[in-house]
Design a protein around this ligand. Structure first.
Ligand code: NAP
Length: 523
């Protein structure tokens, strides 16, 4: 695999060895089924009175592993451990921290297949999506290390003030805040935990990470990579339990100095508001939902557009924040594009996500499954289902949360489903008279995460100028609105999709984890 670099844009034709190694790792992961995992607080295994089991969404009778139902006390213990570890970790030179974080990234590379198999079992991701999630994690960590190095630890000599009879030296240095909380979502449990954790750590903060209740296993394996890299006790802590009890206790603890939350708009805004009740304002990085549009001009390449739309609408069962959930097509190409999108969609294979040929696995849990039934019922009532619209329950689908990829048309523009994030394998298509009309509709949502366009080069520049989103693609068959990679397409959102306006894996992100200190010395 020496010449193959796995990214979301290259994953369509991987070398054979990748499949063999994934299959071996999958068999190994299955042999560990039922193992109980503790939390990691101050470098030690920590067990709670109550436990919860994680299930395979492709077969809910399969118990994957057993985890601790962490309490408010566990939250506070983890934060106390991170607080105690902060002075010595933050005083290490940035070069020493970079060495340790690169070591963690290397361990993740070594355990790539093991963690990918876990992601498939726990989230229901197909094998390539699962490999992408974990491969992106060390890429994000290395990116943060490289940024630290390129900026020489963010120590900058400033001008000398014109003092007569004195010599002054002025330095600007960026320093870490303290204890950083990372709360992650189920859909990218590796990259969206490990990425922010890596940035926070290399900046000199200590960390408490809390995964989604659906994905504690992946994040446990990730936490082990950081521990095994030799990070001192308490620098990185891992706690498990519900958002409403454990998560709330973490957010409410006054010793948290900053946080990165990735998840839904509603939960994120709730956290933002309660975190603001502290004594002073603390950095709050929120990466929230999306309602991502693709616009197809009358000058588009139909095949590219159709491929990109289908891949982005249904990759990971539409459970990506960047999923393409709205498609606006100029009238002259409408029928052609829609016919091809429907054709490609009906060819997608739904099934056990660990099977090599499967594109769509199950949705993650019973709530998502119920939402799918609710939304498709509504779409049938107000519009037309062009393909899909059903849950799959026969044969091997019987014990999983399988949903057919669904395309809806003729849905009135006033309907709330044009604006609400469904987070499911459902996309909606609409005919427009002009690109101006398409852009007005595309931007008329509270979200602004990603967007896609197919058309001429000149139109593409117009699209880049006018779209209101953090990550934008033109003429990309690999994905209309999905497939970002650190260093190539840094990822983050505008409007209700993100709080910082600076994208992860880009040039302005690591600085969010540090505050500036000016050191002015007069001799
Ligand atoms: P979610 O329900 O908002 O949960 C996200 C995390 O918050 C989970 O760890 C959850 O724990 C925790 N949580 C819930 N309530 C909490 C509270 N009161 N206090 C503290 N923590 C709390 O989101 P999800 O369903 O896991 O993920 C899907 C959402 O994430 C979608 O909206 C998607 O668009 C968004 N997302 C955004 C990005 C981005 O980069 N912008 C990337 C990926 C996903 P429990 O699981 O225990 O409830």
């Amino acid at each position: 695999m020496s010449n193959f670099e796995l990214t979301y844009a290259t994953m369509f034709d991987p070398p054979e060895e990748l499949h063999t190694r994934y299959d071996e790792a999958l068999a190994n992961a299955r042999s560990l089924s039922g193992t109980e995992y503790g939390m990691i607080i101050n470098g030690k295994e920590s067990f709670a009175k109550h436990k919860f089991k994680s299930h395979n969404p492709a077969n809910t009778e399969e118990i994957l592993a057993v985890f601790q139902t962490g309490t408010a006390k566990d939250a506070n213990d983890a934060i106390a451990a991170a607080k105690a570890a902060f002075p010595s970790w933050s005083r290490l030179s940035w070069q020493e921290r970079v060495i340790l974080l690169r070591k963690a990234a290397e361990i993740m590379d070594e355990r790539l297949f093991e963690i990918a198999a876990t992601i498939s079992l726990e989230v229901g991701k197909n094998r390539m999506e699962a490999l992408g999630d974990i491969a992106e994690t060390p890429a994000l960590i290395r990116w943060a290390c490289d940024e630290m190095e390129e900026n020489q630890g963010f120590v900058v000599q400033m001008g000398k003030d014109p003092l007569v009879g004195y010599n002054a030296t002025n330095y600007s240095v960026l320093r870490p805040y303290g204890v950083w909380l990372v709360i992650s979502p189920f859909n990218f449990p590796a990259a969206l935990t490990g990425g922010p954790v890596g940035a926070a750590l290399v900046a000199g903060n200590t960390v408490v990470m809390k995964p989604a209740t659906d994905t504690p296993w992946t994040v446990r394996l990730l936490a082990e990579c950081f521990v095994d890299a030799g990070l001192p006790q308490g620098v990185v802590n891992y706690v498990t339990g519900s958002g409403s009890v454990l998560g709330k206790a973490l957010v409410d603890n006054p010793d948290v100095d900053g946080l990165t939350f990735t998840g839904s708009y509603d939960v994120g805004m709730g956290i933002f508001r309660s975190f603001a009740q502290g004594k002073y304002i603390r950095p709050t990085i929120l990466e929230l939902g999306g309602k991502n549009p693709a616009i197809v001009s009358r000058n588009a390449d139909v095949e590219r557009a159709a491929l990109g739309i289908v891949r982005s609408a249904f990759g990971l069962q539409g459970q990506k924040c960047s999923a393409c959930s709205r498609v606006f097509i100029e009238e002259p190409l409408y029928d052609q594009v829609v016919d091809r999108v429907v054709e490609l969609t009906s060819e997608l294979k739904v099934g056990n996500p660990t099977d090599r040929s499967v594109y769509l696995g199950p949705v993650v849990n019973s709530w998502s499954y119920r939402d799918f039934l609710k939304f498709t019922d509504e779409l049938k009532e107000v519009g037309t289902i062009l393909t899909g619209g059903e849950v799959l329950t026969e044969g091997s689908f019987i014990n999983g949360y399988f949903c057919a990829p669904t395309i809806a048309a003729d849905v009135p523009l006033e309907n709330h489903l044009w604006k609400d994030e469904m987070f499911l394998p459902i996309t909606m298509v609409h005919k427009v008279e002009s690109l101006g009309e398409a852009m007005a509709l595309a931007n008329d949502v509270d979200y602004g995460l990603t967007s896609g366009f197919y058309g001429s080069e000149e139109e593409s520049q117009w699209f880049f100028e006018n779209t209101q989103a953090g990550v934008n693609y033109a003429n990309r068959p690999q994905g209309a609105t999905t497939g970002a990679w650190p260093g190539y397409q840094p990822f983050g959102g505008w409007k209700g999709s993100g709080s910082s306006g600076k994208n992860a894996g880009g040039h302005y992100y690591l600085q969010l984890y540090m505050h500036e200190k000016i050191q002015s010395l007069v001799e």
